[in-house]
Design a protein around this ligand. Sequence first.
Ligand SMILES: Cc1cc2nc3c(=O)[nH]c(=O)nc-3n(C[C@H](O)[C@H](O)[C@H](O)COP(=O)(O)OP(=O)(O)OC[C@H]3O[C@@H](n4cnc5c(N)ncnc54)[C@H](O)[C@@H]3O)c2cc1C
Ligand code: FES
Length: 253
Amino acid sequence: MEVIPGHRVMGLEAPELAMAAAPGQFLHVRCSDSLDPLLRRPISVYSADRERGTVYILYRIAGKGTELLSRVRKGELVDVMGPLGSGYTLPKKGEGVAVLGGGVGIAPLCFLLAEIKKLYGPEKVSVFLGAANYTAIPAVDQVRDMGFAVHIATDDGSGGFKGNVVQLADEVLGGSYPERVYACGPLPMLKGLARRLGDHPAAEVSMEEHMACGVGACLSCICRLRADGEEPRYAHVCKDGPVFRLKELELLD
Ligand SMILES: Cc1cc2nc3c(=O)[nH]c(=O)nc-3n(C[C@H](O)[C@H](O)[C@H](O)COP(=O)(O)OP(=O)(O)OC[C@H]3O[C@@H](n4cnc5c(N)ncnc54)[C@H](O)[C@@H]3O)c2cc1C
Ligand code: FES
């Protein structure tokens, strides 16, 4: 189902996945029956309805794989591996939370917000969503319907604050970030957040890296981690992530 132009939600009847999935984990999706594209595409779990045994993904049609996926019709089989990777650390009951999503980066954060709502409700949570323009931000209504305060940023000023989502969060929070910060979005956004919040003890971000195997068996998705006083080390985004602590990541161009 198309939710905003170029973005679709797909429900997958998969009771075991629905039970096992945690916020920030992803599915490795085979987008067609043919060998082109050969590689699976990583897509985050957007929500999981454990009672109905259904997992949902929200995806932007970015290229060949996701375009082929958009042609799958109700009742057809989709080959997925998952849930893969390690997800976000849930906050402790009552901790203050800021959630920052860029574009379709809202997908894993929606799942996280649903779990936080179950834990202790929406009161202590601020959500910041941004994109180039208002029509490119999916799931705003879903997040509002869960009861969260949502702040919008757009590059062109077509909705909410004119600027990026990190600038908006800075302005609304007055520079004082809560105990937990969660983010997902394009690399420039994550870099902006790292410049602003690089030593926050518990800020976590989900990395978007090209992937092949999805399970740590190749080297397609390497990223660099750093720790104070130590040599940088390498990690697999698919297996060690995709969620990492922001202060441990070296965000390279
Ligand atoms: C852990 C993880 C979770 C993701 N979750 C989602 C999600 O929930 N919803 C969603 O819409 N997308 C998500 N993505 C991005 C998604 O995997 C890519 O958009 C998809 O693989 C593109 O495949 P394609 O064949 O349609 O396009 P391609 O033709 O392969 O690529 C189209 C364009 O997208 C860029 N691209 C491809 N793969 C990636 C990638 N992994 N990261 C950044 N840019 C990429 C390419 O460089 C190219 O410019 C996620 C990526 C990762 C790593
Ligand atoms: S995609 Fe192969 S190691 Fe991560």
